[in-house]
Design a protein around this ligand. Sequence first.
Ligand SMILES: *Cc1c(COP(=O)(O)O)cnc(C)c1O
Length: 423
Amino acid sequence: MNYNFNKDFALQADASDPLNSYRDKFVFPEHLGKKALYFTGNSLGLMPKKVREYINEELDDWGKFGVEGHFQSRRPWYSYHENFNSMMAEIVGAKENEVVLMNGLTTNLHLMMISFYQPTEKRHKILCEKKAFPSDQYMLETQLKHHGYNPSEVLIEVGARDGEETIREEDILNAIEENKDELALIFIGGVNYYTGQLFDMKSITACAHKYGIIAGFDLAHGAGNVLLKLHDWDIDFACWCTYKYLNSGPGSVSGVYINEKHAQDQELNRFGGWWGHNKETRFLMEPGFQPIPTAEGWQLSNAPIFSMAPLLASLELFSNAGMRNLHSKGERLSGYLEYVVDEINKELAVPLEIITPREKSQRGCQLSIVAHGRGKELFDKLTDRGVIADWREPNVIRLAPVPMYNSFEDIFDFGIILKESLN
Ligand SMILES: *Cc1c(COP(=O)(O)O)cnc(C)c1O
């Protein structure tokens, strides 16, 4: 795509975008009576208009049926989570029996650790990326303490080299080679929340498996953003939240992928609950946990219907639009944002720095921009003019043009506001 930093180009690009109509299926926050420039779908996705209807239907059915709604409502609650299997599997590149929706993300990470971190005297180290999302750091730290380890001795954190912002793939692979006999687990955020860097999960997993090491990923910033092939890449497990790119609403339910070879392993250590128990005998209420031989076998509780109903509305849009189409639009949108920032930089004494990889295969739609020499007042100026973005101290702006509902015009308008705010 040949970009231009002018309004006609942006309007033309929107007019020829086959996904342009999806924008109207979402509710936008407003600024002075107009749609705000919303670039924080990486933090909380917008609300699909259909959500209200889906939640109301569940309220109606609860009122109408009471407990009988488990079997008699239009989408019976007993098997409600099964409505998502095919659509969710499609988005992350898994088989239907490898995904389940349950709990919150950090809760699920802890549950995965119970199954996939089995330290022995010789093999007990975990490799992760430096500056992982805080919840992931705390999860690893407390899991290691639970096993009686000193986290600083057992955790190997691979970071960016001095003077660099992103982590080199080769440094991760080398760290695996160097610690191959002591590593039990590799656990990495597939897309880093701060820099937007996308890791090559296929190569990392292949390298881990060469030495019998388990590979798991946090895909909070990956699911619904980048193209994933969790099954084909032979990833062992992954978890993600659905309220970021998947638009399910604040604090909504998390997604889990467990490779079928593990799900079928009845001996694999796990914490059980009645919703993970064999469906045929669940209501006999007998002792003796028999896990369902799919990702559902990790469910503890019956499904939180009101947390899942919004996700149904959103995943239907993903299913219709197609992840491939969304991703390729996302590349064009982020490419346009990158172009606009580069254009603005031509006139700046101290340019803005994009710390997200320039290489498309190493990022999703988010760009993280360092506003050197400028503080929060730049961000406040943007906010005052209707830009909803994300600020990280001391001077990083994270912007996610989301292909599902952002437009080229959004980016053009943002560019003008950014340019004026810098002057
Ligand atoms: C957003 C995010 C979380 C949030 O965890 P919750 O348990 O959903 O609150 C955790 N890890 C990563 C990498 C994230 O991006």
